[in-house]
Design a binder for this molecule. Structure first.
Ligand code: GLN
Length: 403
């Protein structure tokens, strides 16, 4: 299993990032904002780092997080989410919050908590490239369920078919990276029903929770009946406040489940950086995760880029949320990786080929006979849209100018 994990897309990813950061390249590759992250959070963190009477904020926090950030996270979720019909009202308390080193550490620790050798974890394909490696590093086996365009909604019948007596957990992600689908209330209810029926844990990556477009809404599976006890929800200040380099996130769950996450967290990193936790606590109280209207800007970026790509012959399914837009490259007669190379060379626009998110499946992605049988190079291309308007305008100008 470890060998399989080592054979991950990590090196390929690193290589793509290098290419995308070359001078003159318009970088719509890795999903990080080029606009400024929360100035409230940065100012408060800077103060904590430099003022003598705040010097203790530069020492260890509790491993579960600073009291102020745990409290701010609770009040944010308790006031932010109106519960929909059938959802159970549950106020988060500090003991339901564990501050992690980004959602990445939370994901790793959560999967190791709910699954181990001999267990299967169901995930979706395409999906964020870390998932498959993380499941394997937990010693478990990833089982893929394909998402189909144009909307890439999860097919509940396919999910149920993939469940075996060894299935321990479903790894969910809404809004979805890379496809931009947001689970509907009906889908969340369906997934919750399956989890209850087959006694499964849920690890729910909701890092793009605040970025939904039009009438799409973010619906949390942990709020469904009987789900809080079996769900670990992962969230991130990287996305909420555009501070991806701060590496602060949080896992929300019951004290019983968080105990397992905590053991891993304490042994890997002990606690998240204290002055940054302070900055985020101040920002959460002040800005509510919608600071400077970022979700609106990203939504508008999706529209502008989507229109330009359609004109050029790409098939675009407009995202419902998140930081990405995926385009189908078949209309241009190219596979995803060829098109990514083409755009980088001809337009100096960096993207990420869909195959990076199309993950190797030991049980056979879409077939019994393994990856050998399927063409991994799917005709999809991912564009990061969490960028300044002028970056998107420049990318669009370059793409339009191509022959
Ligand atoms: N979530 C980001 C993306 O998909 C990257 C995260 C990472 O590189 N660790 O682009």
């Amino acid at each position: 299993t470890l060998e399989l994990a080592l054979d991950s897309a990590g090196p390929e990813w690193a290589e793509l990032l290098e290419l995308a950061r070359q001078p003159g390249v318009c970088n719509l590759g890795q999903g990080y904002p080029d606009y400024e992250g929360s100035s409230v959070a940065r100012a408060a963190a800077a103060e904590a780092m430099t003022k003598s009477d705040m010097s203790l904020l530069n020492q260890y926090s509790f491993p579960s997080g600073s009291k102020s950030l745990q409290g701010a996270v609770c009040s944010y979720y308790n006031k932010h989410y109106e519960l929909k019909d059938g959802a159970t009202k549950r106020a988060l308390k500090p003991e339901n919050v564990l501050i992690t080193i980004g959602a990445t550490e939370g994901l790793f620790a959560s999967l190791r908590t709910v699954a181990g050798p001999g267990d299967e974890v169901i995930m979706f394909n395409p999906g964020f490239l870390w998932y498959v490696t993380t499941i394997r590093l937990a010693g478990a086996t990833p089982v893929m369920v394909m998402l189909d365009g144009p909307d890439f909604a999860p097919d509940l019948a396919k999910v149920e078919k993939a469940i075996t007596p060894n299935t321990k957990a479903l790894l969910l992600n809404t809004p979805h990276n890379p496809c931009g689908h947001c689970y509907t209330k009906q889908e969340v209810e369906g997934l919750a029903r399956l989890a209850r029926k087959h006694n499964l844990y849920i690890v729910s990556d909701e890092v793009y929770e605040n970025v939904t477009f039009g009438d799409a809404e973010h619906i949390r599976i942990a709020d469904e009946e009987g789900m809080f006890e079996r769900t670990i929800t992962l969230c991130s200040a990287s996305k909420l406040f555009s501070l991806t380099g701060w590496r602060v996130g949080w896992a929300l769950s019951t004290p019983a489940l968080l105990k397992g996450v905590m053991v891993h967290h304490m042994n890997m990193s002990y606690c998240a950086p204290s002055p940054l936790q302070h900055g985020l606590a101040v920002a959460l109280e002040a800005e509510d995760g919608t600071f400077e209207g970022i979700p609106k800007i990203v939504e508008e970026n999706a529209r502008i880029l989507g229109d330009a790509l359609r004109e050029k012959g790409f098939g675009v399914s407009q995202p419902k949320g998140g930081h990405f837009l995926v385009a189908d490259t078949s209309g241009l007669g190219m596979k995803g990786s060829e098109c990514a190379r083409f755009l980088l060379k001809e337009a100096k626009v960096a993207t990420v080929p869909g195959m990076i998110f199309f993950l190797d499946d030991p049980k056979g992605a879409g077939g019994e006979d393994g990856m050998g049988a399927v063409d991994k190079d799917i005709p999809l291309l991912r564009f990061a849209i969490c960028k300044r308007r002028d970056t998107i305008d420049e990318a669009v100008r370059r793409i339009r100018a191509m022959n």
